[in-house]
Design a protein around this ligand. Structure first.
Ligand SMILES: CCCCCCCCCCCCCC(=O)SCCNC(=O)CCNC(=O)[C@H](O)C(C)(C)COP(=O)(O)OP(=O)(O)OC[C@H]1O[C@@H](n2cnc3c(N)ncnc32)[C@H](O)[C@@H]1OP(=O)(O)O
Length: 194
């Protein structure tokens, strides 16, 4: 934990997260939630192509290798890209709860510069749930899964209905997603009451 702001402290009535009975088994790759996602999608040439793997409880690990398209300063990852990697990793936790949720707040600490070519080893867990609010934390390490911490984040995700995306997304992409049986299958897998 990075000792984030008051908005990221779970309230007194928050409960421990419960792993969904149908969550992917520990060690299983989660796969992309959307092929065009900048964080995890396989069809974004300059995307992060982040791969997340289920862990025990409501935790997971993920990897992302910094490419030259991800630079801010010469030879170094852009801070916003590193935050994207944390956002994607934290968002993937919701698969284990089988809850559709979006990032409400995300606070990032940058502890070390991350050079191009570096693999960032991320680990994340949901720490508490209070109604629609899901509290979570993540760290990203370099030089191996047990290496020094380069980035860390605390986040608050808010549960939404799938309609959130249908109502707010650009119609062109929504139509394409609705016509993609694989996308529909993935969206349904999230819904508690499909
Ligand atoms: C077909 C496609 C399928 C796709 C499937 C899966 C895709 C997955 C994609 C994942 C992609 C990766 C991830 C991404 O990139 S997700 C993309 C980035 N995030 C967004 O675009 C979210 C934009 N924000 C919103 O849409 C709304 O503000 C939301 C939905 C979040 C809340 O508006 P809503 O009207 O619904 O609810 P509410 O306002 O009553 O708030 C409810 C509670 O939450 C508390 N609160 C809210 N905000 C904050 C805050 N900032 N700090 C602290 N607290 C906050 C609030 O005080 C209240 O608390 P309480 O009063 O109850 O105690």
């Amino acid at each position: 934990m990075s000792g984030g702001s008051a908005a990221l402290q779970p309230p007194a009535d928050a409960v421990k997260p419960v792993r969904h009975a149908d969550a992917p088994a520990p060690g299983e790759l989660l796969g992309a939630h959307y092929s065009q996602c900048f964080g995890c999608g396989g069809e974004q040439p300059h995307g992060l192509h982040l791969e997340a793997r289920a862990g025990e409880g409501v935790s997971l690990t993920a990897e992302f290798t910094v490419q030259s398209a991800h630079q801010g300063a010469p030879g170094l990852a852009h801070g916003g890209v590193l935050t994207t990697a944390l956002d994607e990793t934290l968002g993937s936790l919701n698969w284990l709860l089988r809850t559709v949720a979006v990032t409400g707040r995300l606070e990032t600490d940058f502890a070390r510069p991350v050079p191009v070519g570096t693999t960032l080893y991320l680990s994340a867990e949901v720490t508490a749930v209070a109604g629609r609010k899901i509290y979570s934390s993540a760290v990203g390490r370099i030089d191996g899964p047990d290496g020094p911490v380069a980035v860390r984040a605390d986040a608050l995700f808010i549960e939404v209905k799938v309609d959130h995306f249908i109502d707010h997304g650009r119609q062109e992409e929504i139509r394409a997603a609705m016509n993609d049986p694989d996308q529909i299958r993935r969206a349904r897998a999230f819904e508690v009451n499909p």
